[in-house]
Write a new protein. Structure first.
Length: 181
């Protein structure tokens, strides 16, 4: 139950999330076998996905975080990506996997990929739990994705609306949300 008045309908259940994350971890584990992997998770939204993903990964990984913000209290991207937290370690010469909760316009990911590439990792791949292609404003490729979702503003499992709903164990859509067109 959402701890507020807005009605949230389930888009992706807890069970579906966990099943797909297991599959993603298997693919990632296979691809990085024998290599040291540095996972960079994008705060805040990806914290829950990261926690579940690394628990399923059958290899040693380093973890670091970057924080970005472009939505503020709105359901629409401001179009301007702001770094709120930078990495604590160098990515130079490392195999890096960038972990995102959602790719919507693609502006956040484009900015992060360009920023990280300039720091010369040995390799850079991207894993996003949710892909919302209908809203894309820039071209960006995903190496791993969990689910393709429709053009709706989603919450839960790390994702927020005005900082609410991050703790829901499923991904849902706010039923009276009509501003996301
Ligand atoms: C959200 C989400 C992604 C980004 C995707 O972050 O977590 O990082 O937006 O949107 P885009 O593809 O349109 O750029 P947000 O800026 O809301 O920060 P938060 O994760 O701290 O809530
Ligand atoms: C960012 C974001 N945050 C929550 N729900 C969505 O659908 C979103 N798209 N981009």
């Amino acid at each position: 139950m959402a701890p507020n008045n807005e009605k949230i309908s389930t888009l992706i259940s807890k069970e579906e999330l966990q099943k797909r994350i297991k599959e993603l971890a298997k693919d990632i584990g296979k691809d990085y076998e024998g290599r040291d992997l540095l996972i960079i998770a994008v705060l805040k939204g990806s914290f829950m996905f990261l926690a579940d993903l690394i628990r399923e990964l059958d290899c040693h990984v380093g973890i670091d975080f970057m924080g970005t913000s472009s939505y503020g209290a709105s359901t629409k991207s401001s179009g301007e990506v702001r770094i709120t937290k930078d990495l604590e370690q160098s990515v130079w010469g490392r195999h890096v996997l960038l972990v995102e909760d959602i790719v919507d316009t693609g502006l956040t990911l484009r900015y992060l990929v360009d920023t990280l590439r300039a720091r010369q990792p040995a390799s850079l791949k991207v894993c996003a739990l949710l892909d919302k292609p209908a809203r894309r404003r820039v071209r960006i490729g995903l190496d791993y994705y969990g689910f393709i979702i429709p053009n709706a503003f989603v919450v839960g499992y790390g994702l927020d609306y005005q900082e609410k709903y991050r703790g829901l164990p499923y991904v849902g859509v706010m039923e009276d949300e009509d501003q996301h067109s």
